[in-house]
Design a protein around this ligand. Structure first.
Ligand code: DHB
Length: 395
């Protein structure tokens, strides 16, 4: 079967769904496909911190009301090191904030809004490849849930299909780009307990990094630095609590039943080409950041805000914004890469670190927390730089 539309979007994650939503607001039809089921998408646990600009886009375009009612506004974080706690006050330094709202909740809102608007989202449809990217009718060749072939022909194809992107393979080869791997990972848990602190704690400790995050008044998310090959099931609950507690001296963790464990590997990646002809990459298909600082989903939203406007212009005959898209998107991507790398390297224990390395790291942390400029830099980056093109998308 062949389907025709204006924009084919591969991937029903935050980038793909938000793009479909923003295009629809401009009267542009799209088809979204994803190899996963709706349930898988709505229940996979991901990060939970949304920049202020992300929240404004979601709430002011009608994509999510719940982000403001269920989500929790956080006006700072706690940076802990050398047995001390230091608050980074976002409100005082930047007047901005972030929201704690789990990514899968944002996805539920986006899917509900898209389906209510009668949009075409096809779950369980696997993109195999993109054909004719250089023509003005690129085609996505896919297979539906019953194994039947499906072709979607459009004016534009957007690869929002994550780090193992099929669209990227058709642009520049699967792994073409700047890549960096880290010698550690995060062990993540979800537990049934009340929050242990009002705000998130990012802790540099002698045993390694820990992050005390939250999900709701009843459920908490916590992470600790571990070996990339760690087996999530090898440790008992008691060992997990001992490991976490030892890394946040000065705070008593509220413990409770641990009902999910996972190991997140750390990678930095930026695809060498974000566009070929009529095919464009956004979100994790275009870049991966290590999780420290929670830039992943926010960066995807920034890509999409820029792209929605560029596609509107291109479909109206003006190619200048889409021609400028890769360069403009890359500028923010590299700022976010730097921030994520910086937070990671400042907070984690490098395997084999010498006493010099360790003391230098503490000197760096002290430089940040004791300087208004240092606290402001961290707060600006964490709460999110201004979103280019947001006025036209909100307007
Ligand atoms: C969470 C993840 C992050 O990477 C981060 O920096 C803060 C919070 C989270 O999952 O809650």
């Amino acid at each position: 079967m062949t389907v025709r539309t204006r924009v084919t979007i591969i991937g029903a994650g935050p980038a793909g769904l938000l793009l479909a939503h923003l295009l629809d607001r401009q009267g542009i039809e799209s088809v979204v496909i994803d190899s996963r089921t709706r349930e898988e998408i709505e229940t996979t646990i991901r990060a939970g911190i949304l920049e202020q600009g992300t929240v404004e886009v979601l709430s002011q375009t009608g994509a999510s009301d719940r982000v403001l009612t269920v989500g929790q506004r956080h006006e700072g974080i706690d940076l802990a090191f050398a047995g001390e706690h230091h608050r980074i006050d976002f409100a005082a330094t930047t007047g901005r904030a972030v929201w704690l709202y789990p990514q899968h909740e944002a996805l539920k809102d986006l899917i509900a809004a898209r389906l209510a608007a009668g949009q075409d989202i096809r779950f369980g449809v696997r993109a195999e490849r993109v054909e004719d990217p250089d023509s003005d009718r690129p085609r996505v060749v896919a297979t539906d849930g019953d194994g039947a072939p499906l072709e979607i022909e459009a004016d534009w194809v957007v690869g929002a299909d994550g780090s193992r992107s099929v669209a990227r393979a058709s642009i520049s080869g699967r792994h073409s780009g700047a890549f960096r791997e880290y010698p550690f990972a995060w062990f993540g848990i979800l537990c049934e307990a009340p929050p242990s602190a009002e705000e998130l704690i990012y802790s540099n400790s002698q045993q390694g990094f820990a992050l005390i995050s939250q999900r709701s008044p009843e459920v908490q998310r916590m992470y600790f630095q571990c070996d990339p090959d760690a087996d999530p099931n090898a440790m008992s609950e008691a060992e997990l609590w001992d490991t976490l507690q030892a890394r946040v001296p000065g705070t008593t963790l509220n413990q409770g039943r641990i009902f999910q464990r996972d190991v997140l590997r750390f990678r930095s990646f930026v695809a060498s080409d974000l566009r070929r002809g009529r095919v464009v990459l956004v979100g994790d298909a275009a870049h991966t950041v290590p999780p420290t600082g929670a830039k992943g989903m926010n960066l995807a939203v920034a890509d999409v805000v820029l792209l929605a406007d560029a596609l509107r212009a291109a479909l109206a005959g003006d190619d200048a914004p889409i021609d400028a898209f890769p360069e403009r998107a890359q500028q923010r991507i590299w700022k976010a890469q730097h921030f994520s790398w910086w937070m990671t390297s400042m907070l984690h224990l490098q395997p084999g670190a010498s006493d010099f390395d360790r003391q230098r790291q503490l000197g760096e942390l002290r430089t940040v927390v004791e300087s208004e400029a240092g606290r402001t830099y961290l707060a600006e980056a964490y709460t999110g730089w201004p979103l280019a093109g947001v006025e036209r998308v909100l307007g």
